[in-house]
Design a protein around this ligand. Sequence first.
Ligand SMILES: NC(=O)c1ccc[n+]([C@@H]2O[C@H](COP(=O)([O-])OP(=O)(O)OC[C@H]3O[C@@H](n4cnc5c(N)ncnc54)[C@H](OP(=O)(O)O)[C@@H]3O)[C@@H](O)[C@H]2O)c1
Length: 250
Amino acid sequence: MTEFANKTVLITGGGSGMGLATAHKLVADGARVVLAGRSEERLETAVKELDAGDRVLAVPTDVSRVADLDQLASRIEQTFGRLDGVFANAGTADFGRTADVTEASFDNVVGVNFKGVFFTIQKALPLLLDGGSVVINGSWLAHRGLAFTSVYAASKAAVINLVRTLAADLAPQGIRVNTVSPGYIVTDMFTAITNTPEAQEVCRSHVALGRLGTAEDVADAVLYLLSPRSAYITGQEIGVDGALTTSVPL
Ligand SMILES: NC(=O)c1ccc[n+]([C@@H]2O[C@H](COP(=O)([O-])OP(=O)(O)OC[C@H]3O[C@@H](n4cnc5c(N)ncnc54)[C@H](OP(=O)(O)O)[C@@H]3O)[C@@H](O)[C@H]2O)c1
């Protein structure tokens, strides 16, 4: 299957986790991908791993800095000339009790997870073709309150709300906008926070499907939303969480 042949997709946070898993599937399906993230080392490793020659462009980018996003858009225009899809996936988690949240931590989480997503999409707009698709990475935490996550969860609720307005705003340009909201997905971010087998077992026990998710589980949903198979779907959220948000396992 080469559903994405000659298509170009920008993936922020493309050097690891769900972003990299999505890049693997897109490249296998014929796409060109642009990976954006802060760590050059991580991006270089990802480019080697993808092994797709000039179909992969890596651009060191801090999505919380609008000037970086301007530069990213220029590099994409120079290299590929256009975009067919965007996976606004870069995110950061800095969890703590509400009483302990500092201004710097608040600004960082909101700067990456909300401002970063908003301006990633805005700066990509001139490059997105009619029929383009934008997918945002949300979170189950926008729907269930978990202690320690106040700022992170609110930043994810903000971008989940954003798809509804952007779907209306960008429909005249033929651009669709949707969210995937992952549950417990085993990536660097998850294991950094949930760092013992016991803690991971507690998470697993809350999932109706009985297992933690993989980056590939999320990538499959992202590819669907990026592809024409979802041509009549916009302004929506797909939970990729094994029913963590909706159902009680017994
Ligand atoms: N894992 C879960 O259980 C889970 C659940 C729900 C939602 N999510 C969301 O899923 C998304 C992907 O996370 P992941 O689980 O795949 O973890 P991950 O492997 O840690 O990926 C996060 C990516 O975001 C990038 N990033 C962070 N800050 C950035 C910045 N300022 N500018 C550009 N890139 C930045 C990181 O690269 P650099 O550090 O190199 O910049 C990294 O590649 C995030 O939005 C996260 O909030 C995760």
